[in-house]
Design a protein around this ligand. Structure first.
Ligand code: SF4
Length: 703
């Protein structure tokens, strides 16, 4: 009963899962999380989803790493072993921190000194704090001495950020998602917020109840569809044709905002000419939405007093992901739907700190605050602050690093809290790369699928075990607090990074996260007027923040953009088909994504007992027509294969998935969806095409 769950202390913090950034209270009893309650945070107002409420016992998992590990002699990194993360001592021996750190650092130093700075690379984490992200990229840039640092933003919104940087000079949202409450028309495209940003979705539903019109655009039907005025279930890959057709209507019918276009944009005439050929009638067949609906929705968006656009991975994870985002930017700009309450462009950021990790510089082409590594003025300033010369050449991105390992250019890596063996496209290719490294240091809370290839494994802290700030999808910097002691000899991530830096000859001496944050403020004007002390007191402050006592600006760019000209740039987009089309051998379309219960590669949620009980088994979703055609019952085991590999898993009937498409969540290690996915990249954002490749489904062969 309730009595046994009563807390002996409470600690206020932030949810470790998605980019919504719900504020929570840990209710602690005997140094365990007894239960979690929602707080009245600016982006959740006491609400929580199932992950934020019930998803915490992963921290107590018997599989937590509690001592440093060093690979045993003779244990091959061939990936063929029947790997069991519960049996680390089959592959590794325990070591002291001193020995493990010494080996970690000396191995990295040896690669750098033998093969040059660019032979090293690092993946930081969107699950760690801002301070940890900042220290990680600083170590790569000043200790490894190159810009080969990246993180999972490359796999989620890199194309959105590329388009936003090009179009409006910033990679962050122009308005927090709560502005949906002030909108007349809300567009949600290529996102499934009910599952992936559940608390944000509650605001969208609430807005609809108050009279807003909701447009949902996605090849998959979804729960939000019930609340939609228009559900536009377009053909996979039909996004650019659909959006261009809508813009065609707006131009043809003169529904655009001439004043806004003249005052705040450039490139409209070129865009207008480009759009001429995209008539709704000619695009209907390509995108799968009839011309009348395209016209109706275009009129509704352009005619709204206030309209706001939200998008997710369905927009970004394509070889034309940047083009998709360009279309959304152009659509908003030509209608003047930015910079006022209830308007804006909002890429829904996935992980709890993917915004903050990007801001802090875990990106190979930019320093903190998105200053290009080639920007001599900012680089000079950073060289002064860090007292070291910096590489002016952009580093390699996630998928490029994997390729560079295969051809011998990259030979050593430090991976903190990321799991590329599960999250990279064409996972076998990625795993083979990890196995080839001369030296791999992995820092994590579990022996992940990536850690199995490590030479040294460093036991790190779970989110409730450390202090630090995180930045959510709304640009709200929020304070996370330590609620639990660290298990065994596990250490905070910032401490581990500092110990490696010291052993690579850097004289770091940060006393803790507050110290790091103070240095970040010198490198990052975006943090002006935001202090550690304020965050301690107020819990959440939005950037940009104009005054020392201001809560920060929600809606931005009412009077111009942070581009060279102060104007938004409209960039036309042509139709670029998906890189791999279905054919006779692989007649289906495979698309991947997340589930409500499981988080990304599942490292945490599959070890959270409540969540794993809700969704314990690897599955794919198929339309009943496809099941019938294959002669399968729902629940049957199937084999899904692509040109890159095959996995076997249960088939679930889900008619939200269109005929000819198979959807697979990428969280299940025993049937890893990314064994199947296509590593083809968007040329601008360098993001892989997770949302489309050719696949074949067969009944599982008899054993
Ligand atoms: Fe956590 Fe996101 Fe759920 Fe909020 S909506 S409780 S931040 S997972």
């Amino acid at each position: 009963g309730r009595g046994s769950r009563e807390a002996d202390r409470k600690v206020d913090s932030v949810c470790p899962y998605c980019g919504v950034g719900c504020q929570i209270t840990y209710n602690i009893r005997d140094d365990k999380i007894a239960f979690v309650s929602g707080r009245d945070g600016p982006s959740n107002e006491n609400r929580l989803c199932v992950k934020g409420r019930f998803g915490f016992d992963y921290v107590d998992s018997s599989q937590r790493l509690t001592r440093p590990l060093i690979r045993k002699e003779g244990v091959a990194k061939d990936g063929s072993i029947d790997f069991d993360p519960a049996r680390p001592l089959d592959y590794f021996r325990e070591a002291s921190w001193e020995e493990a750190l010494e080996l970690a650092a000396s191995g990295l130093t040896a690669v750098r000194d033998t093969h040059g700075p660019r032979a090293l690379a690092g993946f930081g984490s969107a699950k760690c704090s801002n301070e940890e992200a900042y220290l990680f990229q600083k170590l790569v840039r000043t200790g490894f001495r190159s810009n080969n640092v990246d993180h999972c933003t490359r796999l989620c919104h890199a194309s959105s950020v590329a388009a936003l940087m090009e179009g409006i000079g910033t990679g962050a949202v122009t308005a927090p998602f709560m502005e949906a409450m002030n909108a007349d028309v809300i567009v949600v495209i290529g996102a499934n917020p009910t599952e992936n940003h559940p608390v944000a979705a509650t605001y969208f539903k609430q807005a609809v109840k108050q009279g807003a019109k909701l447009v949902v655009m996605d090849p998959r039907g979804m729960a939000l569809k019930r609340h939609a005025t228009w559900m536009m279930q377009f053909r996979p890959g039909g996004d650019v044709s659909m959006l261009n057709a809508m813009m065609h209507v707006i131009v043809e019918e003169g529904l655009y905002d001439t004043q806004y276009i003249q005052a705040h944009t450039e490139g409209f005439e070129q865009l207008r000419a480009h759009l001429a050929k995209f008539t709704p009638e000619s695009m209907a067949e390509i995108c799968g939405i009839d011309a009348a609906t395209l016209r109706e929705v275009a009129r509704a968006y352009a005619g709204a007093q206030r309209a706001i656009i939200f998008w997710g991975m369905g927009v970004s994870q394509h070889v034309h992901g940047t083009d998709n985002a360009r279309c959304l930017i152009s659509l908003a700009m030509m209608c003047g739907q930015v910079g006022r309450p209830g308007t804006g462009l909002h890429p829904l950021r996935g992980q709890n700190n993917v915004q903050g990790a990007s801001d802090a510089g875990l990106i190979p082409m930019v320093f903190p605050d998105y200053h290009g590594v080639g920007d001599a003025a900012y680089r000079g300033r950073l060289e002064g602050l860090w007292d070291i010369d910096l590489d002016p050449e952009p580093g390699l991105t996630v998928v490029e690093i994997v390729d560079a390992i295969h051809d011998g250019r990259v030979r050593g890596m430090y991976i903190m809290g990321e799991n590329p063996a599960m999250s990279d496209p064409d996972a076998r290719h990625a795993r083979d790369a990890l196995a080839r490294l001369d030296h791999l240091v992995v820092q994590d809370i579990f022996l992940t699928e990536t850690a199995r290839y490590a030479d040294v494994v460093l036991p790190a802290s779970a989110w409730p075990e450390k202090n630090g700030t995180v930045t959510n999808t709304n640009r709200q910097v929020q304070m996370g607090r330590q609620a639990l002691p660290l298990p065994g000899e596990a250490r905070p991530d910032w401490w581990i990074t500092q110990e490696i830096a010291r052993r690579m000859g850097l004289g770091w001496n940060y006393a803790g996260p507050a110290d790091v944050f103070a240095e970040m403020k010198q490198a990052m004007p975006s943090l002006d007027n935001i202090t550690w002390q304020r965050l301690e007191n107020e819990g959440s402050i939005m950037y940009p923040c104009p005054e020392p006592d201001h809560p920060g600006l929600g809606v931005v760019y009412g009077d111009g953009f942070p581009t060279a000209s102060g104007r938004a740039r409209l960039v036309p987009a042509d139709i670029v088909p998906p890189a791999e089309q279905p054919d006779r051998d692989f007649p289906m379309i495979l698309t991947t994504g997340r589930t409500l219960e499981h988080w990304h590669t599942g490292a945490m949620t599959r070890r959270a007992s409540n969540l794993d009980a809700l969704e314990p088994e690897a599955f794919c979703s198929l339309n009943s027509l496809d099941l019938r055609r294959l002669g399968l019952d729902a629940g049957a085991m199937v084999r899904v294969s692509t040109r890159r590999g095959a996995i076997e898993l249960m088939a679930r009937q889900d008619n939200a998935v269109p005929e000819g498409v198979v959807f697979i969540p990428f969280c299940f290690a025993e049937a890893a969806a990314n064994v199947l996915t296509n590593p083809q990249l968007d040329p601008y954002g360098k993001i892989p095409e997770f949302k489309f490749c050719a696949a074949r489904i067969e009944p599982q062969p008899a054993l």
